[in-house]
Ligand binder design. Sequence first.
Ligand code: FCB
Length: 459
Amino acid sequence: MNNLNCLDALCARFPTAFVWGVASSAFQIEGAAAADGKGPSIWDEFCRRQGVIVDGSDGEIACDHYNRLESDLDLIAALGIRAYRFSISWPRIQPTGSGAINESGLDFYNRLVDQLLQRDIEPFATLYHWDLPAALQREHNGWADRNTAYRFAEYAAIVAKRLGDRVRSFATHNEPWVTATIGHEFGHFAPGVKDRAVATQVSHNCLLSHGLASQAIRSARSNADVGIVVNLSPVSSATQSPADRLQASREDGLLVRWYLDALLRREYPADVLEYLGTDAPKTHAGDAQLIAQPLDFLGVNYYHPIVSTVARPFSPARDGAAVTDMGWEVAPAQFTEMLLRLDREYELPPLFITENGAAYRDTLIEGGIQDEDRRAYIESHVCAVADAIERGVDVRGYFVWSLLDNFEWASGYTKRFGIYYVDYATQARILKRSGIWYKNLAAAFNRTHAGASSLPTTP
Ligand code: FCB
C-alpha cells in the first residue's frame, strides 16, 4: 500500500463523527502574563523560585500566543483540523480568583472562540489547567481549602454564561492527579507543597469543585457537554515480588481508581482509603453525590505506562524500553489494553483522548524538521485507539498534544511536544513532519468519509 492508501485504511477504522483535534493550555503558550489586567497565577509565582524550572525559564512570553492569536488559529486551519482543545486562564477572567469579571481578559477568549468558529473549528474548553489565581493560594490556601471549590464554581458559571452560547464542550479540570500529587505531595509543580495529607485533601476539593462547577455550567447552559480530563496510565509491577505487586496496586488505586471510582461509582476505593489512613481527605456528607455528577464525556490523557517497584514509585518506563525525550516508555498496545480495562470495569460516558503525543529532540535541517520518531509515536497511538474502538470502546475523538512546542512546566522550554516547531528567538512556527502526517490524516479522513452522514437516513 502506498502512503495515501495506508491513511485511507486507517481512517476507515474510525466512525464518521470522530473528532480529530489539537490541544494546548493557557499558561504553556499564551505569555502576556500581566496583560490587560490578568492577575498572577501560582505558576507565575512558582517559576520565580530558584531551581524549580530546569532552564530557569517562565511563562512571561511563552509562545506569545496572546498576541498571535489569529495567525496561530490559521495554523490549525492549515492542518484541516476541525477541533481545538484550549484552556482558559482563571486569573485573566478573575485576577484574584473571585469577584468582578476582568472584561478585557474575557475578551481574549471571546475572540478566540469567534475566530475558531469563523474557521470552522470546534472549541473544546478546559476551565482549569493548573494556573490557579495566586491570591487564592496566598490568602486562602488554594485547593487545600474547601472554599476554593466554591470559587471555582462561580468562575465556571461566568465562563459558561459568557462563552456557552458558542462553546458546547466544557472540561472542568485537567488532570486533578497532577494538581494534587505533583503539586502538593511531590512538590515538583506549583504550588510546590510536599505533604501527602494536603495532597489528598486537594484531590478531594478538586473533585468536589468539578461537581459544583458541572452544576453551575448546566444551570447556566442546559445544552452544555460537561466532563473532566484525567491522566491515566496502566500500572504494572516490575517484579513478581509481593511488595512490588502491592505497590503497583496502590499506584493504580491512587492514580486511576481514586478518580474514576469517585466520578463514576460515588466512592473512593476502600483499599486506598485504608492505605492513606489519617492522610485521607476530610469530606462532608453528600460530597460523594456532588462529585459523581453525570458526565457527558470523560477526557483521557495518555502518554506512557507506569512500572512500579517499592524502590522506584511511579516509574514511567521499564529498563531498556524505547522512551521519548521525557524518558516515558512508548507503549501503544498498553494504551489499547487500558481503554479496554476502563470499558470493562466502569459504566463509561463517551471517551475523548484529550491529550496524546511525544517530546523528542528536534533539529532544523534546511528549514524543516524530520521528526519521524514523533510521527511514528502519534501514528501508533492513533492505531491503538482504532483497536480499542473495534473492540467496543466508545471513543469519540483524539487530540494531539500539542499544537506548538511550548513551556513544559518544570522542564521549561527544554522539551518539545509540538507538531509545529517554535523558534523562541523569533517566534517563527514551522510545521514538522509529524504535523504534515496529521494533516494528511485529516485530509484522508474527510475524503474517505465525505458524503457519509452520521445521521440516520430516512427511507
Ligand atoms: C500533561 C499536561 C500537559 C503537557 C503534557 C506533556 O500532563 O496536561 O499540559 O504538559 O502532559
